[in-house]
Design a binder for this molecule. Structure first.
Ligand code: FES
Length: 159
């Protein structure tokens, strides 16, 4: 194998490792934070490179996660932060116009989202933690940049 060919394999291997890292499991919260049919845990993601919120909740002992984005109008659905379920705790209910979704799969079952479904995220529980897996469409929000301190003698801007 030539040196050029080896370099190509090395680049491909580096790229594959980077891609694998980009889609590695991301911790969300402790399993104990998600009560059965209780309040969801929210976090920030990039959906198609734009900021969005995702949520995870426990339903029938499984954790399920979706982008907080109704299929009717692309708006957030919770009526209080993390509160997605209806009064009977059977369906995910959009607080805007009442679309309802089955929690297990995100399929629309009533209201103005007919034929639609929520955008799901792959999640799993392991060792007492809940993790989500990025995808080509949904990736972690990059960490916020911390501003560098001003150079000596330059006053800091007001907060
Ligand atoms: S935005 Fe959700 S039902 Fe209209």
């Amino acid at each position: 194998m030539s040196a050029r060919s080896d370099a190509g394999h090395a680049d491909a291997a580096t790229g594959a490792r980077a891609a694998a890292g980009a889609f590695a499991a991301q911790p969300v919260c402790a399993s104990a934070e998600l009560a059965e049919r209780g309040r969801a845990r929210l976090w920030d993601v990039l959906l198609w490179r734009r900021p969005a919120r995702a949520f995870v909740l426990r339903f029938d002992a499984r954790v399920v996660a979706y982008v907080n984005r109704c299929a009717h109008v692309p708006a957030e659905m919770d009526w209080q932060p993390g509160e997605f379920l209806d009064l009977e705790r059977r369906f995910i209910l959009c607080s805007l116009h009442g679309a309802s979704y089955e929690p297990a799969g995100g399929r629309c079952v009533g209201g103005p989202c007919a034929g639609g479904r929520l955008i799901s995220l792959r999640v799993e529980e392991r060792d007492g933690l809940v993790y989500w897996y990025p995808s080509p469409d949904i990736v972690p929000m990059p960490p916020k940049q911390v501003d560098a301190p001003p150079p000596d003698g330059v006053p800091a801007p007001p907060p």
